[in-house]
Design a binder for this molecule. Structure first.
Ligand SMILES: Cc1cc2nc3c(=O)[nH]c(=O)nc-3n(C[C@H](O)[C@H](O)[C@H](O)COP(=O)(O)OP(=O)(O)OC[C@H]3O[C@@H](n4cnc5c(N)ncnc54)[C@H](O)[C@@H]3O)c2cc1C
Length: 413
């Protein structure tokens, strides 16, 4: 299980296809500092937080102990889905329809917010609005998908049900059925994170090279001791450390597994599926696939819930690569099933598929921003908006849907 000391190398291995252009400059922390909001971590979560809070006029300071964006963010396949890992039906069984529908609608709004943000700031990150195709699998066939579709309609969520014939005719996928949903997107996650951090710096955020080693609350502020000695005092501290979570945030709600992904070389466009839809399956251990702006196919999955040791994970990569290539061939026989890049990473999930966002129990000035699972980046955006509202004194009861203190849910079979 990862802990607070885990480095980028512990959290991911191999090579992903993302473009490492323009690393935002950091300076050394050589003396004590005071700011209104300190963000710990400069992956996609910390970058979204920093850009939003700096834009709102806060005196923001961001620290990272390693190179920005090269943690889990660089391992992401960056499918920006609003559909949560737990189907609406399952979430309804756990929390009731109103609660589940609210969460789904917030997730839909989060992807839309990300799209607007990237367009507004013209962040060069290969961001492409897309639709997603949620494919029936052995575990969940056409009837399950139809029931899910009807529930989504009741919740006011967009999308259509495709039966076998329509799916095969339109996309060439030989599955029982699928749900086609608009309002998702894909991107280059590293460029997105770095572009946002650059925008935050332009808005006055300070970006420093430092390792947060201790957090001491004293009434209205938090003093954060760093590895090199200086202390940063802040009114609020946002924890955006990815899977390197401090002990006091560890929650029985979440667990870590491993996931693998490959990218093919660029393909000729006619070998790709229609409209570059984002693909995932109605299965617990689902396969996920997307295309890129330079016509690669990225396909991932093969998750192992028992494995979190980096050496074991890396050792499995050749075998997992072969399995993913076989699955790619079965999905899209026209494509060249060759791996140009293979990589793997720690992958977090929660029991209910929802992120951990909000105050650390008993420490109201420490705010956690931990998005998990296949919606990690969508949830990071959500975290940035909810946490900013909390800092502004506009906390709403519904934010507690993501509270670190929510009871451990009963998961239906
Ligand atoms: C194979 C794979 C595929 C994925 N696919 C998707 C997908 O398609 N869509 C999606 O939305 N999500 C996906 N995810 C999940 C997504 O990658 C994560 O949710 C996201 O990257 C987390 O970003 P982060 O900024 O929270 O963490 P990170 O990117 O890990 O950033 C955290 C930063 O905090 C820094 N840090 C940690 N501790 C300290 C400290 N004490 N002091 C200073 N700095 C510190 C680290 O150095 C790091 O740079 C995938 C993940 C994997 C592994």
């Amino acid at each position: 299980m990862p802990d607070a000391s885990d480095t980028h190398e512990d959290l991911r291995g191999g090579r992903s296809p993302w473009n490492a252009a323009h690393e935002p400059p950091r300076r050394r922390l050589d003396k004590d500092l005071r700011c209104s909001v300190l963000i710990v971590g400069a992956g996609i979560t910390g970058s979204l937080m920093a850009q939003h809070l700096a834009e709102q006029g806060h005196d923001v300071c961001v620290i990272d102990r390693e190179r920005p964006g090269l943690g889990s963010t660089a391992a992401s396949t960056a499918m920006l889905l609003w559909e949560i890992d737990k189907p609406l039906k399952t979430l309804t069984e756990i929390y009731g329809f109103e609660h589940a529908a609210r969460v789904y609608r917030q997730s839909l709004a989060a992807v839309s917010g990300l799209k607007d943000l990237v367009a507004l700031h013209r962040i060069p990150c290969a961001f492409r609005p897309r639709s997603s195709l949620y494919l029936a699998a052995a575990e969940h066939g056409a009837q399950t998908l139809l029931a899910e579709h009807e529930l989504r309609q009741r919740a006011g969520l967009p999308g259509v049900f495709l039966d076998h014939r329509t799916l095969l005719g339109k996309y060439g996928f030989d599955r029982e059925a699928a749900l086609l949903s608009p309002g998702v997107a894909d991107t280059d996650p590293l460029c997105l994170a770095r572009g946002l951090m650059t925008a935050a710096i332009a808005r006055g955020a300070a970006f420093l090279d430092a390792d947060a080693v201790r957090y001491e609350d004293s009434g209205k502020t938090v003093a954060v001791a760093t590895g090199d000695g200086p202390t940063i005092e802040a009114d609020w501290v946002v924890l955006a450390t990815g899977y390197a979570m401090p002990d006091f945030v560890q929650s029985p709600l979440h667990s870590i597994s491993s996931s693998w992904a490959i990218a093919t070389p660029p393909q000729s466009p006619e070998k790709l599926w229609r409209d570059g839809v984002l693909i995932w399956e109605a299965a617990t251990d689902y396969l996920y696939a997307r295309t890129t702006i330079d016509h690669r196919i990225i396909i991932g999955g093969e998750d192992d819930t028992e494995m979190s040791d980096p050496d074991e994970r890396n050792a499995q990569t050749p075998k997992k690569t072969d399995v993913l290539l076989t699955k790619l061939h079965a999905l899209q026989p026209a494509a060249d099933a060759v791996a140009d890049k293979s990589w793997s990473g720690a992958f977090g999930q929660t029991r209910d598929g929802l992120p951990l966002i909000g105050a650390v129990p008993g420490r109201p000035r420490l705010l956690a921003a931990y998005g998990y699972g296949g919606n990690g980046i969508t949830f990071s955006y959500l975290a940035s908006r909810l946490i900013a509202a909390t800092i502004a004194g506009r906390h709403r009861a519904e934010y507690d849907d993501y509270s670190l203190e929510r009871p451990l849910p009963e998961i239906p079979d």
